[in-house]
Design a protein around this ligand. Sequence first.
Ligand code: CUA
Length: 189
Amino acid sequence: MAETLNAEHRPPQGEAGERIERLWARSMTALIVLLLVVLVFTSAHWGLHPPSRLETIDSTSLHKGGEFSEANLGTSIAPDGSTVVRVVAQQYAFVPSCVLVPAGVPVTMRLASADVVHGFLIQDTNVNAMVVPGYVTTVRTTFRDSGERLMPCHEFCGVGHQAMWAHVRIVDAKQFPFEDAKAKAVSCG
Ligand code: CUA
């Protein structure tokens, strides 16, 4: 078959071939370097990191009590004064559906799934993580500006996936009900 190929269709030989190979090797190296730069830039500049803690939980019994029981869902002020948001992700909603947080205060978000893999991100922030059944996802952030943000699920979780999202209402720290949140979890009511 080879002898039926005319010169036009044969791959370049000798020096021309080597030149093309070098060109490809250089462009692929440049592409890999570019992707590494993007990776370092997003993790350093935007503070995007994979959740680093490994904490397990029984996803089938979240509703039976414990940290993720209904009364604990929302934003609470822990005894040490830290702000903790607890959210359950389930097909096809986040509970609570509207999260209330103070601006300018470090916030720890803790999420657990009641069924399958979900994901969440909060628009215009560095919050972006997966929620895997059996594990607690912990993300720490400080919301800079007050306003409403959308928090969609970004992992395909079933037929209702596209309708799964929550709101995050970031309010001025002066307007946040810190005293109420010490007694019980609050959300936008
Ligand atoms: Cu939950 Cu997609």
